[in-house]
Each structure stands twice: as C-alpha cells, then as structure tokens.
Design a protein around this ligand. Sequence first.
Ligand code: CTP
Length: 528
Amino acid sequence: MADYIYTMELRLTPNQQKGVTLVQDVARNAGMNVYLTGGAVRDIISGFPIRDLDFTVQGNPLKLQKEFERSGAIIGGTEDDLKVLYLTLPGGVRAEISPARTEKYEKTGKPPVIAPATIIEDLRRRDFTVNAMALSLNPGSRGLLLDPFNGAADVEAKLVRVLHNYAFVEDPSRLIRASRFAARFHWVLEERTQARYESAKENNYIEYITNRAIGNEIEQLAYEDDPLNVVRVLEKEGWLKVLSPHWTTAKIDTNGLSELMRTRQQMNELGYAPDPAAAVLHFLTAKLSDKEVSDIRKLIPRKDLVEAWRDISDHAKELAKRLSGKEAATPSRTWKLLSNARQDMVLFLAVTARQQAVEQKIKNFFTKWREVQQKIPLPEMTELLITPQLPEYPKIAEEVFMLLLDGKLRSRTERLNFLKPLAPPPPPPPPPPRRGRAAKAAVQAQPQAPLAAAAKKGKGKDKGQAAPVAVPPAKAPEKTKTVVPAKAPEKPKAEKPKSSPTKLKTAQKKKAPAKKPSSKPKKKSKKH
Ligand code: CTP
C-alpha cells in the first residue's frame, strides 16, 4: 500500500499543508470522509507546481461553510446545484470542495443527472486518468492513493487519456481541457484519445458545451503559469472562440501579459507570492468589448476573482496616487507603503504604472533599496552586542535599515551614536577565583567538566575558575535575513525559475557563497 503522505508534505507549500489540515479537520468534525482529488493529486505525483487544492467529501460541502469561515477561510463562491464550494484558505490557498457524486449523461447537451456516491464512483465520472486519482485524508487510510485507472502510470508516460469512449460526447469541455493540459505540461494525447478527440471535433460536439463549463475553463486560464502559450493552443484548436465568440490572441495585451508574468517571476525570486489571476484576466481580455467582458464575468464561478478583476485598475490607481503623495515622500516611507500593500496590486502596478516617479519607486523597492541591506552596520552592532539573539534585534535592524534608506547613518560616529542607547548592558564580570583549602575542596567536589578538568591539569593560570566569559563573536552574525523588514510572504514552490531580463532585474539577493565541502578525501594515516 503506497503511502503518499510524505510525497504530499514534501510537495505542498507550508500554507497548502495547513490548508489540507484545515479542510481535513473541518470535514472530520462533520463526520465526512475527505480526499484530496483531481489536479492536486496529479500535480503532487507529476512534480508540477500545485496550483490549487481540490477536495472531495462524502457529504454536502455547503453544510461546512460556517465552519470554514470560522477557521479563517473565505468563501469565494458556491455552485448550489452541484453543492461545490470555492474557498480561499488562509495564506491565499485556493481550494474547491466537491461532494463525491456520480454523473449520468442521458442526453447529449443536457446536464448530467447527479447522485451522491462513494469516492471510487466519483473518480469514474472524471475527465482523464491523470485527474481520476484520490489521496485519502481519513484516519486509518491517510496517505492511501486511490488510482483505479492507473493515472500514475499516465503521469509517468506524460499522456492525457480519457476514461472511456464517450468522454468527449458526454462533456465536450473535455476537448478544451485536453488541449489545455497538453499545452501546459507539454504532454500528448494518448493514441485512442487523440482519435476520439479528432472525431468529436469533426462532429462539432463542442456546441453542446455548457455555460458553466465555459466559465470554469476561462477561470482556469487565469491560473496558468504561461497563459499565452495555452491561449495560443486553444486558438489553434478553435476553442478560444468557444469561450467567447470574438476572442482571439489579437484581443490580448500580449506585451502587458508577458511583462506581468516576468515581473511575477522576479517577485517570486525575492520571496513574494502575488496572486496574478485578476491581472491575467485583465490582459487576456484587454481588447474585448465591455459587453464581452461583462458576459465572461457572469460565467466565472469564483465571484471573488471576478470582483478582484473588476476593481484591479481602480485599486492600482489608488496605490499609484499614494505613491505620488506624502505617504511616500521618503524612501523609507515608500518602502513601508509598498511592503504593506497587496502584493498582487504592486505586481499589477509595476507593469501598468504610467507616471515615471511611481514606476521608479517600485523599481527601487525591488532592486536598489534591497542592496541597502548589505550596508547594515553589522561590525558596530556586534561590537555593541546587538546580535540576532536579542529579542529587540529585528526592530533595531529595521530602524537601522529605514535610516540607511533615507541616507542617514553614513559615518561610524553617527552609527555608534544611534546604536549605543539601544545596546544591551554588558555581561556581568566573572566571579573572582576562590582561594584556600575550602575552594580546593569545592573544586574537587565538582563534577569534572572538560574545562574544569583541563584547568585542574594546570593548563591555565586560573586553576578552578568557573566558566569562561562569553566574548562577543568578532564575526558578523551569519544570517542577515532577519534584517529584511519587508516580510516576504511564503515562497511558492515553483519550478526552477528561468531568469529573464526585465525592468526590475538587477538586484538579486547576494547569497553568501556556500561553504564548499572539501573535495580532498581525508588522508588516512598510513599503517606501517
Ligand atoms: N473535472 C472533470 N471534468 C471537468 C472538470 C473537472 O472530470 N469537465 C474533474 C477532474 O478530476 C479535475 C477536477 O474535477 O481534476 C478539478 O477540476 P479543475 O479545477 O477544473 O481542474 P484541475 O484538474 O484541478 O486542473 P488545474 O490544474 O487546471 O486546476
């Protein structure tokens, strides 16, 4: 019995792990069996970034809404007839909770008849083998992979394979999904699936696609890491116009979109994880008419995403205004403002800002100002015992950083004048050595600690002296990470980033060179 818990924990970000625990606990408390399903399991096994968490419960997820809200989740939308719940879990983790169900398609183009079911029956109603796996989160079987169609083997073989011959007839949105997954992962359609795909295309089954499926497919585009690539494939296959009749790649702001994805990558490299979904939709539909955009918005199931997309330009304008005003009059104030602003907004503004001053401030925030961290006066701080062990250290380091940003603390005198009042009191002097017979007896009675033993052996003048006085390390503290005052949110577990030149590029964090392991093997003492 394969145990995938270790793999799951290894692959999920800390926030996603917390999200799994949260959903698992809420479902368990309600007495519902719960499984991680669909794309999340596929991505855990394939090694691709895990974009969102799909859960399936045996029961009605809509009944869990209050409990989820109490646990800090935000309800992003619901599909009342299907009883599907869209959540944003703490830390911005997207999740979808569906009830385990069967879907019986009785007539082409008509929605299926739905009935509650077991998890295995639920897996049978799904689109592709790689999406028809479940990972149990239940006590007794936690970590067990349910894979009735051998999806793991298709992940390995990089194949998109339908579960049965009627897959595309029953749900023509699978045609779009097959193209989307093949484009995203650079996988291919399995031979028979390809044949069914071609025949479904010829027979124009796509005309039976439901509005719900269109909305879901448009929403999924917003989460793609390379939306342009996927949209181009959809256009080539003839699916883009199915999603919106006049949608073509010419209607996309391709420059804006490319710049957005590059900037997002750089923010990721700096430890930020802005959610680009609303901005992606903004650029993807940049040249569609207002009516077309409004029609698309009505179809998207996650209402919080629609809201974010609708408001993105206004919010960005507001942030630009604040960045041009008093609130950002100095570099340190600007730093604070940008550190506390919503990172998705900073991302969007970094790409769309028209005022040069605003653009420059964002650029400095990501590049030049970060270099100022290298100037934190560690030697003086260490000299004054202001080290990371001090509880006040992060606060002091932040203050120093802010002053440095504003061009202060240039001279050593200035730095010492600022730091001295913040220094902790010096450690107490060592107790005087004991003398006489009583002291000797006391020393002999002590357990023989290595230092005391060494002293006793006469290796120092002060025989029997207690402990050596702590000397502040001459070296600068190894980790300067704590001095980064702008808290970078959780770093997503993305694929290895491709570096590309852009506006923001210049200041990558200078990492201290890793200590090379000595390549020379230790000399063995020769035996004579
Ligand atoms: N699903 C399906 N048929 C559809 C839509 C969804 O069988 N037409 C099932 C699949 O098992 C899918 C899961 O529901 O994995 C979740 O759907 P969705 O979130 O749309 O896709 P993901 O597979 O999670 O893919 P992505 O990585 O794009 O989120």
